[in-house]
Design a protein around this ligand. Structure first.
Ligand code: XIL
Length: 353
């Protein structure tokens, strides 16, 4: 990678056209600090539409946003986002139809009296949501995270509390295959993904996902790909481990997405008192972004690239600040919407440099 090349006038979307995949970004909606429809954030809209190929809702297409009460679907915010994306020639990836995370499981589902009732609630949730977008915005929502984070890092199914899955507790692993079948029946065109974190380094967890995929294929359960959330740090995991993990999924003939990419510079809080990203760290982050994008291009054949999405536009609104409990600078853009060295690292990797 040349450190002297300047990429400031190049856009990500101008580079992905020949590389066979969309470069996406998670954006906020009503209720989020980075709501792109808030007047104060209006400038974000032009950066997103000029730089990226695809958007993901950071929150507003999750379970409790779209169906807060049983059959009380609330599509207005998501429809506004998808309409905006369509108008601005951006694709949409849907995130996420099923997620155990307590703040996202609607109360009526947590309170379901028994397994069959919960299963019918999930069927209805998925069928209604996927067909809503397929019918109202044909071809626009190109892919879905059907199930998010169903496994523990040790490869077992997420089950017991805390951080357990009410779905597994009541239904066993059957809820996963049922979700894929229902999603496919509702939209035969959208690509269907299983999405998780730490699978870029935990071979135990990745192998559990791959065993599930093999089982699905043997039994004709529809699944198109695997999403690697890829919440990584500057140094961990090492790049060969990341590349090998991506290649292991590609070797199954599946689509591969990097679905929530961010590069934390201060996971352990040792520079928590800093107020800006220093240039040395920014340069390391540039190299790290470069290496991850290059690993994706090297490990995933063109026809199997579902794309790369960064989990947020500007550092100041990254979820990691809340997750880690101190400031973070994990993304490609500064708060004033100027590009960071990390952006140049991505550009250079996309340029084959
Ligand atoms: C995060 C959002 O970015 C935050 O705004 C929200 O408070 C919590 O969820 N893995 C996922 C994403 O699949 O949905 C999470 O998004 C980040 C971790």
């Amino acid at each position: 990678m040349s450190s002297s090349s300047s990429s400031s006038s190049v856009t990500l979307k101008s580079l992905t056209a020949t590389l066979g995949f969309p470069f996406g970004v998670a954006v906020g909606g009503p209720g989020d600090g980075d709501n792109i429809f808030a007047p104060a954030n209006a400038a974000m809209q032009s950066v997103v539409s000029s730089q990226f190929d695809l958007v993901v809702a950071g929150n507003i297409m999750k379970m409790s946003y779209l169906e807060p009460t049983q059959n009380g679907f609330t599509f207005t915010d998501a429809d506004n986002l998808v309409t905006w994306a369509q108008t601005n020639h951006l694709l949409v990836h849907g995130h996420t139809l099923i997620w155990h995370s307590a703040y996202q499981v609607p109360t009526f589902m947590s309170n379901a009296p028994d397994g069959p009732t919960l299963q019918s609630m999930l069927d209805n949730h998925i069928q209604t949501i996927v067909s809503h977008f397929a019918t109202n915005f044909p071809g626009e929502v190109v892919s879905w995270d059907v199930v998010n984070e169903a496994f523990n890092d040790d490869g077992s199914y997420r089950n017991a509390d805390p951080n357990g899955s009410i779905f597994y507790q009541k239904l066993g692993s059957a809820y996963i295959e049922n979700a894929f079948k229902t999603a496919r029946a509702a939209d035969s065109n959208a690509k269907l993904y299983y999405n998780d974190y730490n699978i870029e380094w935990s071979t135990t967890k990745l192998n559990a996902v791959l065993a599930m995929v093999d089982d699905f294929k043997n039994r004709n359960i529809p699944i198109d790909g695997v999403g690697f959330q890829m919440h990584v740090s500057l140094t961990f995991p090492d790049i060969n481990t990341i590349k090998n993990s991506l290649a292991a999924v590609a070797a199954k003939g599946l689509m591969v997405r990097i679905s929530e990419l961010d590069v934390a510079v201060d996971q352990n809080g040792s520079i928590a008192n800093e107020t800006t990203l220093d240039s040395t760290t920014a340069a390391l982050q540039k190299q790290r972004y470069h290496d991850i994008v290059k690993a994706y291009l090297d490990a995933v054949p063109l026809a199997q690239r579902g794309g790369i999405t960064v989990w947020g536009l500007v550092d100041g609104y990254s979820w990691l600040t809340g997750f880690e409990g101190h400031p973070e600078w994990p993304l490609l853009f500064n708060n004033d919407l100027t590009t960071k060295p990390a952006f140049d690292g991505v550009v250079q990797a996309l340029q084959g440099l």
